[in-house]
Design a protein around this ligand. Sequence first.
Ligand code: ATP
Ligand code: MG
Length: 396
Amino acid sequence: MMRDLILVRYGEIALKGKNIRVFQKKFYKNIKKAVVQFNDVKVIDQFGRVYVECDSEDLELVIQAVTNVFGVVSVSPAIRVENDIEIMEERARQEVERLRLEEGAKTFKIETKRSNKGFPMTSPEINKRVGGYINQSIPEMAVDVHNPDILLTLEIRNWTYMFSKRYAGLGGMPYGSAGKGILLLSGGIDSPVAGYLMARRGMELEAVHFHSYPFTSERALEKVIDLGRRLTHYTRTLKIHSINILEIQKSINENCPSEEMTILSRVFMMQLAQRVAEEVGGKCLITGENLGQVASQTMEGLTVTNTNVDIPVLRPLIAYDKVEIIDVAKKIDTFETSILPYEDCCTVFLPDRVVTKPRVDKISASLELVDREGLIEEALARKEMIIISEGEVLTR
Ligand code: ATP
Ligand code: MG
């Protein structure tokens, strides 16, 4: 069985100073989890570099899996040889010849990075020697230092690594290195994107979804589960706490000014999510809110929701334009699901007119008109949990 080696580069983790080992370990573990399904795959953590060794027939899929791990800047399939100039030049020749035959390359350039200063030749000397050797032995290939078809890099460390291709990763920080956040996951376009962006910064996600069954349908919940499934592409597992807020909405509808329906529901959502955070060790709430997009997302609306919870509310999309959000949604493959036309709990009891500039004191007064604690306890008592792992729903 032919084997291949993949060199994994990470960026920002390297800037982490004293904590670097903690981040590196998390990163290494996450890479291992991402490739565990492949036969005979080996992940090597060596001198601040990660290498993945796999069967050649899995190479493409392994590259795909690794580039989806947060923290990866880029990966390159690489050839590893001893630090011996004759072995290096011959193996480089074979590789250039292979690319000439397989991809029709006509020009090349050798680039050397000598991290191992114990190697007796300088980088320019190595370039000249290996380049000259290839130039002589393959008459069809010409050197082009400005725009070569093949840029073959030789990296001299404890071994010499050669590579000519680079696949971009997603960047970010290792998943789980920044504590846990509670994602308020609706069926819309924004919240999955918000969750993805925070996950990419290393935050572990646990989700809360609010519905108004039977006013909202089973299919609307299925849609949210499908979004969760898609997020596990990056998070591996995801728990979704599903909470019915119909009784809360009914009570608001009966007792409070009708134009405050949306903002009051939102306050309850935040408080319920905070309770879930307390229960599972979440350090913040994450929403897909975006300044000025809808009536409830004015600065005044955001102030009201903020003052009604004690933990930070992170809103990674606050300054995004809708087209930018949609771009990310398409990239992470949640867009098509998000635009399915199922009803949302926010549309239940929707009044004709909504307050766009709610006042903190007025909203607080309205909250006194309902049995706030009782409603919250009752909703939490009937909370359900959905666990998704690697795209599969485990429990419902
Ligand atoms: P989205 O596309 O994420 O639904 P939106 O632009 O439709 O966002 P809203 O419906 O006002 O905006 O919701 C703002 C945020 O509040 C959402 O991004 C989400 O984080 C949270 N939210 C709204 N509805 C729900 C729900 N049913 N369950 C969980 N969170 C919700
Ligand atoms: Mg919505």
